[in-house]
Write a protein that binds this ligand. Structure first.
Ligand SMILES: [Ca+2]
Ligand SMILES: [Ca+2]
Ligand SMILES: [Ca+2]
Ligand SMILES: [Ca+2]
Length: 331
């Protein structure tokens, strides 16, 4: 049998040409996915954009091109962008495959101007291992009202209670307390613990000058973002009190305690009354004190989260007990 090798060669060549050139598989465009972490906020607003949910039906490698709608562009799967001016922006994500296939997705971001006469503060803290974020507007006149008040060095006149019962800041503190309450879960104890984590995590611990305790009004602590034990306790107690503004159901107490048993009080902490039934919900176990027949959960507010982590409601980090109380302010 005569085999015509050259004919077989031609057939093979033809097969290669047909499959390689004429019958190239169709290219499917990518399927874009776009998520953003903030849709609205005050200028300057930093927003995180994530396109990692995008895919290509053919498994093609994808590239990502961003147009932030403010004249700037970017690239990459996950990008952060800061909008410096107020306005409504349309952000467009273009997902491209190497064969010319592409698809787009878009999102809207509304950047608000900080209203005249308000101070914008942004608070970051953790709760149960989850990052928390809150923007809050504080009337500048209120801040100046307190900031400009002359305080005398407190050597033995510890009138910390005056900083809590001060009424003019109550509506503003109530707005903040309500915003925190709306984010909390776990009933009354959950709300109290959540607000404690807010104070611990978003107010930086800074000590007063030695021998001169200088108490801050809650609005000052919120604007300045720093304070020591009396300042953070005054803030916490004021926020808890403001939860029920104007008729508080959240009775609360502030205590001046002696942590080193030398007979002189040296530290301020909060005490929140709880019921026997609420004990099961309490995250802490070492700080439940009985005072005059009432159960109180210790609220230690002065914490450096970088050094010691968060101290949950119902924790007595000093191991002192109620006998260490030298003075108490009740609301
Ligand atoms: Ca493709
Ligand atoms: Ca007040
Ligand atoms: Ca202080
Ligand atoms: Ca002491």
């Amino acid at each position: 049998m005569k085999v015509r090798w050259w004919k077989i060669g031609l057939i093979l060549l033809g097969t290669v040409i047909l499959s390689g050139c004429l019958f190239q598989p169709e290219n499917n465009p990518p399927v874009p996915a776009l998520t953003i972490d903030l849709e609205q906020g005050y200028a300057p607003l930093t927003v995180s954009f994530d396109a990692s949910g995008s895919y290509d039906p053919d498994g093609d490698r994808l590239s990502f091109v961003w147009d932030f709608g403010d004249g700037t562009t970017g690239s990459g799967t996950v990008v952060k962008h800061t909008f410096s001016s107020p306005g409504e922006y349309t952000i467009t994500l273009r997902v491209v495959d190497p064969r010319g296939g592409e698809a787009s997705a878009s999102a809207e971001v509304n950047v608000l101007p900080v209203p005249e006469g308000k101070i914008l503060r942004r608070y970051h803290w953790d709760y149960d291992g989850e990052p928390q974020y809150l923007e809050f507007l504080i009337p500048e006149s209120l801040y100046l009202r307190y900031h400009n008040q002359v305080r005398h060095p407190l050597i033995d006149n510890y009138n910390y209670g005056d900083y809590v019962i001060e009424p003019v800041d109550d509506p503003t503190l109530s707005d903040l307390a309500d915003a925190l309450q709306a984010r909390a879960t776990g009933g009354r104890v959950g709300v109290l613990d959540y607000i404690l984590a807010f104070v611990q995590g978003s107010i930086r611990y800074v000590e007063d000058q030695p021998g001169m305790e200088y108490p801050l009004y809650p609005i000052e602590t919120l604007v300045d973002g720093k304070g020591d034990c009396e300042d953070t306790t005054i803030l916490y107690v004021s926020l808890v009190r403001a939860l029920g503004y104007p008729d508080s159901e959240y009775h609360v107490t502030m205590a001046f305690v002696d942590t080193d048993a030398d007979g002189t009080p040296d530290h301020v902490l909060g005490l929140v009354p709880i019921t026997q039934a609420e004990l099961d919900d309490l995250p802490g176990t070492t700080g439940v004190w009985t005072i005059d027949g009432t159960l109180y959960a210790v609220a230690e507010t002065a914490v450096n989260p970088e050094l010691s982590g968060y101290i949950r409601l119902g924790t007595d980090p000093w191991g002192i007990g109620p006998d260490a109380i030298k003075q108490r302010w009740d609301y």
